[in-house]
Design a protein around this ligand. Structure first.
Ligand code: ADP
Ligand code: MG
Length: 402
């Protein structure tokens, strides 16, 4: 990666220096309680590095989708309290994100202190990438650390806008440790994969992922396709898909993709079907050529699980995005869990595996294999756009490594 990271900065120069850090602290909060603190935990290494070096940290993040105005339901106050516990260090919460209160808090910071500003999206200018808003944050420090990989695919004032504003004032904008890790694992998988390179794609739709297929096809040795995405390919082959989820307007694209991919693309050979995709549904496994008119395909079948597991076992590099079935419903979770276990076993054997996508990360957690997988991306949409080969504005705006 050619972008400068926080590890490229001599730690001895950080003492007494103010650093603006944009993290992705967008965690689910229910009645003031954080129900999943993964994203807060993921931001800790960068904060530790900075505070232990004696930097004064002003932390920025969004939470949820407030409508460009303050809304207590989306306050970062509970996050400040939780972060304080995880860091084992006081975190001062500032109930606004710009203005005199922020300036005062910044002036009072001592070496190693952390102040968390209120939700950046309480300001309408954040998602509009308002240069004035970016400039008011940039006035606080000459060092900007962007660790928010999850929003790197958006050009917002608190991400790319702030990076540009800090650089315009002669400062530097660097990647945080999490951001650097995401870029390294996703980037290496695409650019320097060890072969065999196996990609696994699934999920609900082809439409959001056609670019990912296009970007991966020339690089991979095998592309395993499951999930509802496979149904559209089935239809392109002229197979009966019953009442399954199919994107009729993508059948032509699916047909072209099959032609281009040739033997590299593996579709399921059998499926788990039911009349309804629901808890307690009466399921059966059928050959893909035996899907009935009233059937809904909810998962890959047992023969497919074996085929996919063998391919994954041989792989040295694996990229996985999208569950193999409706894994949220127990009766249709087996295929996804089997693939998650196969990926984890490959990693145990020394393969590198990267998992992208919010639901895929949740599926890996559900399968209990999170710890064994090389890298599970914290950025759903951002990881997909990266895998599709798109430039991420939050990354593009960072300072080049000299
Ligand atoms: P990710 O978030 O990992 O990128 P997606 O959002 O693309 O994954 O897809 C996840 C969704 O796809 C899940 O909600 C899952 O229920 C759904 N899905 C997978 N297989 C099927 C299927 N056969 N029929 C309907 N929905 C499916
Ligand atoms: Mg999803």
């Amino acid at each position: 990666m050619s972008k400068k990271t926080v590890s490229d900065i001599d730690p001895s120069t950080l003492a007494g220096r103010t650093a603006l850090v944009r993290a992705d602290l967008n965690v689910p909060v229910e009645n003031g309680r954080i129900t999943d603190d993964q994203r807060i935990r993921a931001s800790i290494p960068t904060l530790r590095l900075l505070t232990e070096a004696g930097a004064r940290v002003i932390l920025l993040s969004h939470l949820g989708r407030p409508k460009g105005a303050p809304d207590p339901a989306f306050s970062l106050a509970p996050v400040a309290a939780h972060l304080e516990k995880l860091l084992g260090h006081p975190v001062r919460f500032v109930p606004v994100s710009v203005g005199p209160e922020v300036d005062a808090a910044a002036a009072e910071l001592r070496d190693g202190d952390v102040a968390l500003l209120e939700n950046t999206r309480f300001m309408a200018g954040d998602t509009k990438n308002d240069p004035d808003l970016a400039a008011s944050w940039a006035a606080l420090a000459n060092l900007f650390v962007n660790d928010a990989f999850g929003t790197a695919h958006r050009a917002h004032a608190s991400t790319s806008g702030l990076a540009e504003a800090v650089e315009a004032r002669g400062g530097e904008a660097v990647a945080g440790l999490l951001m650097a890790r995401e870029l390294r694992f996703l980037g290496d998988a695409l650019d320097h994969p060890e072969h065999p390179f196996v990609a696994i794609l699934g999920g609900a739709k082809i439409s959001g992922k056609i670019e990912v297929i296009d970007a991966l096809l020339p690089r991979v040795d095998r592309l395993l396709v499951g999930g509802a995405m496979a149904n559209t390919f089935f239809k392109a082959l002229g197979l009966e898909t019953g009442a399954s989820l199919v994107e009729d307007d993508r059948i032509e694209v699916a047909r072209e993709t099959l032609e281009r991919a040739g033997e590299r693309l593996l579709l399921p050979v059998d499926c788990v079907v039911a009349a309804e995709i629901a808890d307690g549904a009466q399921t059966k496994v059928v050959q893909r050529s035996h899907v009935g008119k009233g059937d809904r395909i909810g998962d890959i079948g047992s023969a497919t699980r074996d085929v996919f597991a063998r391919e994954i076992a041989d792989a040295r590099t694996v990229v996985w995005n999208g569950p193999m079935g409706v894994f949220e419903v127990d009766a249709f979770a087996g295929g996804t869990v089997a693939v998650a276990q196969a990926v984890a076993s490959a990693c145990d054997g020394g393969a590198t595996a990267v998992v992208g996508g919010g639901d895929s990360a949740a599926a890996a957690r559900r399968a209990g294999v999170t710890e064994r997988i090389t890298h599970i991306s914290t950025g759903g949409g951002a990881s997909l756009e990266f895998l599709a080969g798109d430039a991420l504005p939050g990354v593009v705006a960072l300072t080049e490594k000299s």
